[in-house]
Design a protein around this ligand. Structure first.
Ligand code: NAP
Length: 315
């Protein structure tokens, strides 16, 4: 890492937003560090096919993430593979404390920690995680070749992942709590036209059960209209019911929405000057790869102005 007393920018998270911020920060010659606890790309890496990244009709999610990471590397932006435990806002500078207690001082921070899959919170979900319960079709779909799976949810993720699983599994049920899907029309059409996908309308899971060996064997279902209950045999359960924001390092003083998303202005700046939030962590209308990238661009340009202004004042 290039040594400097106070960095210009620390970007936390290297999803599409963080990586785009890295590119713009490098081009603005900001002395930048990207901190990432997992792998570069974030949630995009769990997508089999991305079909709405302009200029590329279809690309595997991991490949897109790799392209973005390589693009950042070409600018030689420093990266640290560690978890940031805390952001400590300050007047002179902000501080990012890592889980090994190392501290980086920085004029600006971009929070791009994204979200994690929302859980059903029903009996068996935690117990069978990795033994039939999954939140990632690309990661685990292979184990369900020729089998039966239940996908939970009615949004873009549930439909996209169900269509992917239908290429591997014999039978895919989509259990959705309402009588209408939330997903975009194109994805709705895709699942409705796939022969081995059956939608269980007005249906919620109330438990995940074992049958025979120690893996998932069945799910307990309830009709949300009639209240009727039944059991359905299945080898796996894939849960895609949205995301919860990863806001644990968001410092006190930053405004959060009711659901825990970070509220920012149009520059992606939070209530604390010099601290920005981007991507799925940010309170906004559309959470897409392209809107995360757009946020990354906006926040990096705003951070650049902030740093310039601060240095002008100090000189
Ligand atoms: P989402 O759009 O929030 O949809 C979540 C789905 O799960 C909804 O159908 C919801 O039902 C259902 N649900 C929520 N809580 C539930 C519970 N406790 N029990 C049962 N069902 C529950 O989430 P997402 O599909 O993960 O998408 C997240 C964001 O990423 C969206 O903005 C989406 O457009 C975007 N995305 C885009 C693409 C793409 O462009 N190709 C792909 C994936 C995701 P209700 O409908 O009744 O609320």
């Amino acid at each position: 890492m290039a040594k400097a007393d106070i960095l210009d920018l620390v970007i936390i998270g290297s999803g599409p937003g963080g990586l785009t911020a890295g590119i713009y920060a490098a081009r603005a010659t900001l002395n930048t560090v990207i901190a990432e606890k997992g792998i570069a790309g974030g949630q995009v890496t769990t997508s089999d096919e991305v079909e709405n990244w302009p200029g590329t009709q279809r690309i595997n999610g991991s490949e897109l993430a790799l392209n973005m990471a390589q693009h950042v590397q070409a600018y030689e932006v420093d990266t640290i593979s560690r978890e940031v435990a805390e952001i400590i806002p300050g007047e002179d500078c902000h501080r990012a404390r890592f889980d090994n207690d190392e501290i980086l001082e920085t004029h600006t921070v971009i929070l791009g920690t994204g979200g994690s899959p929302r859980k059903l919170d029903i009996p068996g979900e935690e117990e069978f995680y990795g033994k039939g319960v999954s939140y990632c079709a690309v990661c685990d779909g292979f184990f369900f070749r020729g089998k039966t799976v239940v996908v939970v949810g009615g949004g873009d993720s549930a439909c996209e992942e169900a269509a992917y699983l239908a290429k591997l599994a014999d039978k895919v049920y989509i259990a959705h709590r309402r009588d209408q899907l939330r997903a975009t029309r194109l994805l709705q059409k895709r699942v409705l036209e796939t022969e081995n996908i059956e939608i269980l309308w007005n249906t919620v899971l109330t438990a995940i059960e074992v049958k025979g060996d120690d893996g998932v064997g069945a799910v307990a279902l309830q009709d949300t209209v009639t209240g009727d209950t039944r059991s359905l045999d299945t080898d796996g359960v894939f849960v895609f019911i949205g995301f919860v924001p990863n806001n644990s390092v968001v410092p006190t003083g930053v405004e959060l929405s009711e659901e825990g998303y970070v509220v920012t202005d149009e520059k992606c700046e939070t209530a604390i000057p010099g601290i920005y939030a981007i991507g799925d962590l940010r309170y906004k209308f559309a959470r897409q790869i392209i809107t995360a990238a757009a946020d990354g661009c906006t926040a990096a340009l705003a951070a650049s102005h902030f740093v310039e202004h601060k240095k002008d004042q100090q000189s």
